[in-house]
Design a protein around this ligand. Structure first.
Ligand code: HDE
Length: 698
């Protein structure tokens, strides 16, 4: 009899979980390592008090520096070694702490302890990242975002190392170095940084057509998310959930943001890159600092083992998704990010994720992309984090005890007592001892595997275009238009006409109209092939029907002195009541006085911020010292926001600016009517975020 409880799911306990302090465990563990240097005496790393940190030791005030200055040597040497290799991919990342709360017990499907008890909380650490750019690149590049989560469970660390796009470029891990070499800056001139718009990437795509589906996602708005808080996350691969009885289900993991999935406009994304390269990390940091905790729901799609072959795609192929209309997503828990990191290097940079970090009840499948990843991550950490002891770095430590006979190596922290470091032994009563699978030891799923050793790919992986077409069919008209514009930009940057032609010829398989339009824009012959015959769509793939709420959106109030205090106060109050953030943008920082004596504090100037850094504008206007510049700045802000389909509200006093700008009364342009309905209408428009039906070219 299995010693694990085979009864019903555990009821939610009064404390919310069995581990009373489980959500605090990681925090408590990390706290032991946190050092506060404020108010302390400066010492060397040996603890010797430093008497002078301004001058090196010299032979005479103008003489040579002396080697015996151990403080100087130690300080410079440590500085020389401050950097570690950046990640070969996903170098630019940003992270936060949080907790995962299980909605409903998953005992029927998995024995993973953190998925057993309704309401159970588990501490987590998340790192978001951009795949291509270097550590110092920009946030808003067109790129896949990494979405890596470490669950510090009572049975050890479980890492769900996913992306914000549910499929991948390639089917087999052996091709990963080729993909990455092709998409990274070209080796002969290291150009372009953090961009896929160049010859080698598109040459790779044309000659490796399994990438078609992922490239459609990359050209879509999904690759320019507004911020980390408003994008989906996906485990991408098919994993296995295994229950106490050894019954397995194939599973795909989804993270769904409670604020909905929203994206930037490409022109906006490029401008933000210049105005605020840290746009997305700043957003995450500020949201958490302001108590706007970030929330996602965890969803699972599950397929019983015996239904593996019931689909018109191979469920082991990472270039395929499971349409939600066919395999529904069940929401099983909520992730809340509620604490920023204390130190970016110690946590965000040193965290080491590995898809091979699983706990009993979660297992792998034979997805050949996943299989290669199982090798890669540990390997890369050994170099990046300087040896095999990186699991002892505070952010990587499990919160449960860990014991084994692994010893020594660079930067070993723990001091293992005793003479025994081998198994089997009698001197320590054969401890650390193993745990049977029945009692909670990890047991690999006993899948039956048969086959000849062969370097080949299954025929069931051969269809590269049906799901790319499914994706295209599922897009709304503006989403389709954005995909075409993205291709026009990206392929238009390719110097080789031959590659441009190959791309157009390749994507005719997805949609002939789309490929023909792209061909015209990038100066090649119209494609002659035919698209695949797929008429199905998956409405869940479109972002159109996402969640629309005003909370945490940012409105810029464009204002000068002499404003109408009553009008402005009422609007600001309504916005803030709905959790909208307000920036007051004026000619200079400081206090402005309204015509009725009202005061408002300007916290941004037209120079310190930009229209692309706001979700909406409220145009009040007023008086300024340099009225011409002030008026011109306001018109510029309106025109940019109008071009990016954003809602703009106009106070009565702001109406003249509407007439002088390119904006026209129409979708998302809310004007004060004086009947008290303005704030309501403006808030509704803010929540909607973009007005794609707006004609921006008139
Ligand atoms: Fe990764 N990937 N990857 N990857 N990956 C890395 O590990 C690799 C793949 C993903 O925030 C590296 O520590 C191979 C798919 C994320 O620290 C490296 C293959 C998915 C992160 C590596 C893939 C991912 C990485 C680089 C093909 C989505 C950042 C530094 C078989 C499911 C984690 C490092 C963080 C990082 C290898 C494909 C997600 C080199 C060989 C598919 C989110 O080990």
């Amino acid at each position: 009899m299995n010693s694990k409880s085979k009864g019903d799911c555990v009821e939610k306990s009064s404390t919310g979980n069995q581990f009373n302090d489980s959500e605090n465990r990681k925090l408590a563990q990390l706290s032991e390592f946190v050092v506060n240097n404020k108010g302390t005496k400066m010492t060397t790393n040996q603890g010797v008090k430093v008497s002078d940190d301004e001058q090196s030791l010299k032979a005479g005030v103008r003489g040579p520096t002396l080697l015996e200055d151990f403080h100087l040597r130690e300080k410079i040497t440590h500085f020389d070694h401050e950097r570690i290799p950046e990640r070969v991919v996903h170098a630019r990342g940003y992270a936060a702490h949080g907790e995962f709360e299980l909605y409903k017990c998953m005992k029927k499907y998995t024995s993973a302890k953190f998925l057993q008890e309704d309401g159970k909380k588990t501490p987590i650490f998340i790192r978001y990242s951009n795949v291509v750019g270097s550590k110092g690149s920009v946030d808003t590049a067109r790129d896949v975002r990494g979405f890596a989560i470490k669950f510090y469970t009572e049975e050890g660390n479980y890492d769900l190392v996913g992306n914000n796009i549910p499929v991948f470029f390639i089917q087999d891990a052996v091709k990963f170095p080729d993909l990455v070499h092709a998409i990274k800056p070209e080796p002969h001139n290291e150009i372009p940084q953090a961009a896929s718009a160049h010859d080698t990437f598109w040459d790779f795509v044309a000659t490796n057509q399994e990438s078609a589906h992922m490239v459609m996602w990359l050209m879509s708005d999904r690759a320019i998310p507004t911020n980390f808080r408003k994008m989906d996350g996906f485990g991408v691969h098919t994993f296995r959930l295994v229950n106490d009885d050894g019954i397995a289900h194939f599973v795909k993991f989804h993270w769904k943001p409670l604020l909905g999935v929203h994206s930037l406009v490409w022109d906006e994304a490029q401008k933000i890159a210049g105005k605020d390269a840290d746009f997305q990390r700043r957003d995450l940091w500020e949201s958490i600092e302001h108590g706007n905790f970030v929330e996602y729901e965890l969803g699972v799609q599950m397929i019983p083992e015996d239904k593996e072959f019931m689909f018109n795609f191979d469920i082991l192929d990472a270039t395929k998704l499971w349409p939600e209309e066919i395999v529904p997503v069940q929401k099983i828990g909520k992730l809340t990010l509620n604490r920023n990191v204390t130190n970016v290097f110690a946590e965000t940079e040193q965290v080491a994720f590995h898809p091979g970090n699983v706990v009993p009840g979660i297992d792998f499948t034979n997805d050949p992309l996943l299989q290669g990843r199982l090798f890669s991550y540990l390997d890369t950490q050994l170099l990046r984090l300087g040896g095999p002891n990186f699991t002892e770095i505070p952010i990587n430590r499990a919160v449960c005890p860990f014991h084994n006979n692994q010893r020594d190596g660079f930067s070993r922290q723990r001091i293992d007592e005793g003479q025994v470091s081998y198994h089997n032994n009698s001197l320590a009563n054969n401890t650390p001892s193993t745990t049977s699978v029945e009692k909670g030891g990890f047991g690999h799923y006993a899948e039956k595997v048969e086959g000849r050793v062969i370097k080949a790919r299954s025929d069931s992986f051969a269809d590269h275009f049906s799901q790319a077409r499914l994706f295209w069919n599922s897009m709304s008209p503006p989403e389709k238009q954005h995909i075409i514009e993205a291709f026009n930009f990206e392929v238009g940057k390719v110097n080789s006409r031959n590659v441009r032609q190959q791309i157009v010829d390749m994507f005719v398989n997805v949609d002939k109209g789309m490929a023909t339009t792209i061909a015209e824009a990038v100066g090649v012959n119209p494609p002659t092939g035919e698209q695949v015959n797929v008429s199905a769509s998956s409405p869940a793939l479109s972002m159109e029907k996402t969640v629309y709420v005003p909370q945490t959106l940012k409105v810029g109030i464009l204002i000068g002195s002499g404003f109408d205090g009553v009008e402005v106060r009422e609007v600001v109050r309504s916005l803030r009541n709905q959790g909208v953030t307000v920036d007051v943008i004026g000619e200079r920082l400081g206090t402005l006085i309204g015509k009725d004596g009202a005061k408002i504090i300007v916290n941004q100037t037209f120079e310190t911020t930009a229209p692309v850094l706001h979700d909406s504008l409220y145009v009040v206007g007023g008086n300024a010292d340099n009225q011409m510049k002030f008026n011109r700045d306001i018109i510029y802000y309106i025109n940019e926001s109008f071009m990016h389909y954003k809602p703009i509200g106009f106070a009565m006093s702001g109406m003249p600016y509407l007439r002088q700008s390119n904006a026209m009364v129409g979708p998302g342009i809310i004007t004060a009517s004086g009947n008290g309905e303005f704030s309501k209408a403006f808030l509704e428009a803010i929540a909607k975020q973009r007005f794609w039906k707006r004609n921006i070219y008139n």
